[in-house]
Design a binder for this molecule. Sequence first.
Ligand code: NFS
Ligand code: SF4
Length: 659
Amino acid sequence: MASDKTEPKGQSNEVVDHTSKAVDNASKEMIKKARIDCVDICYDRADAQRNQCAFGKSGVCCRICHMGPCRITPKAPKGICGADAATIVARNFLREVVGGTASHSDHGRHLALKLRNVALGEGNGYTIRDEKALYRVAKLYEIETEGREVNDIALDLANLFIDEFTVQEYPLATLKLAPLKQQSIWKNTGTAPFGIDRMCVEAMHRTHMGVDHDYKNILMHAFRTSLADGWGGARIASMTSDILFGTPNPIKSEANMGVLGANTVNILVHGHEPTLSEMLAATVNDPEILEYAKSVGAEGVTIAGICCTANEVLMRHGVVVAGNMLQQELAIVTGAVEMMVIDVQCCMPSLPEVAARYHTEIVSTSEIAKMHGATHLGFDEEHPVESAKNIIKRACDNYKNRDPEKVQIPNDKSNLIAGFSVEAIKYMLGGKFRASFRPLNDAIIANRIFGVVGIVGCNNPKQTADEYATILTKELIKRNILVLQTGCAAIAAGKAGMLQPEFGLEDAGPGLREICEAVGIPPVLHLGSCVDNSRILEAASEIVFEGGLGDDIGGLPAVGVAPEWMSEKAIAIGCYFVASGVDVVLGNEFYVSGSENVTKFLFEDAKEIFGGSFHLIEDPYEATDRICEIINEAREALGINKKAERKLFDMQDRRELDV
Ligand code: NFS
Ligand code: SF4
């Protein structure tokens, strides 16, 4: 029997080695350390949850009313009210889409309200940092800018955004930013969303007991709701962040737990909304803070990010990244974290328990996201600079409690370049005076670049963390496919060293390599957080507008992939990509297998309606092949599938001629 010290505290008595659940060495090292430190992490809890409910997994469990819960089986094919499997599965699916849409959109709403306050002169330390972005976005919405004060323009824009949440009987203004063909598909199928809030409320109404029972009608509203996310809430979040905090530009940084400082006060920022983390990033270099850190015996303060808060401050300030979703607990296990500041979404409720084994303080900052065992410091939005400084100083005060015996910071970290907003990509492609997507379109038409794939989404303990995403990325660039990434998938690529211009120089297909070298971009581009998936929609629209590749997003040689997704937000993202015409590959399943009709609708029929559908492919190599087929079909349809013209008559050609 092992001693108390090494015996795992998990609910199960079995000692399972979880190091194989991650691909990167830093994670493996910390998974081991967690076991030694007797800390339960998600993998231990996943073992305890091993026999996951088959009803839940197939989507046939309904607890929408209290005559139930009802579960569909061959012997009991109807719920007590008479609802069949299709109705129940579709209702559950729609509610998941609402969860995702609401999360992205509420984040967007907070930013829109912040922009309004700034415009009204009540920014309290927040300002419009990127006036060019303001003008650019105002122009998109046909807001008059000539001879007007910046704040007046910002106020009009903020009010327009806020209206997008509440508009009752008209489609979202943001839909007009899509290619006309997409707009007409949405109009003709009744999926052009009205106000974001209205879509979510209506979805909850439709799925109440005894309302909408036609699975197709329910699923069409799922797509409609998701469009209110991608073309509404998420897009508003990205655009407003650019205006308030700056449009990202290529910037260097590093990723993985090796970014933590052995002799600095380490603060992790985790969650999604950039409002507070922006302030922390802006104040951390203040001489007052440095002096304070020195006064507690540290060399300085290191701020490092987890999840999408990481992506937000990485994209704009190059703030280092400690890890993605499944590293949130592991980063604390290093024993070197003075404070983890959490805001909203994807923050595990286990954090305070993990932190309790070390000296780490978990600080929650959002009124809508509190955690038992965390210190709630409620961010004072009226005095953000002071508030940020106080939080950092509090972390410094905790430095003395760091126990050197418990500290083990992995060495691993990789260099990376992030910050590829659509504006930045355009600029890199065409230069300052001719910024455009033309060179990319031409490269696709000439088959130097075979297609474009967006790899997005989370980690999931059901899979080996980062494995699918990194294998797929490597395989795609070999096949001359340009890869765009966001969210935790982008962090996975960063940790794997794939976000550097020199990455793939040997592995990337020759056409892609030639373009990347000429333009000076890596073959894998980090576009930001998950709300920044709207940047992928934006890029796709720009490619369409540029011309030569058809008239709609659905016709582009492009595919979306959510290899290791886990969140409702990922479902909403998948749906708005499909409803925008893009085929989406899932690396793990939706909970819809309990209804053949629902499955067929999402995985086949959607293609007829929108131009794209879902595909479940659990193996990354198989996914690569299928993605290439889909891209090839699109290229055939566009009539651009000629062989790439050769620039030079090489030896091979000469020999062939001699024969
Ligand atoms: Ni996206 Fe970003 Fe990560 Fe998944 Fe969570 S952090 S919003 S949901 S886990 S990619
Ligand atoms: Fe059961 Fe119908 Fe109530 Fe669902 S809505 S719990 S299927 S009775």
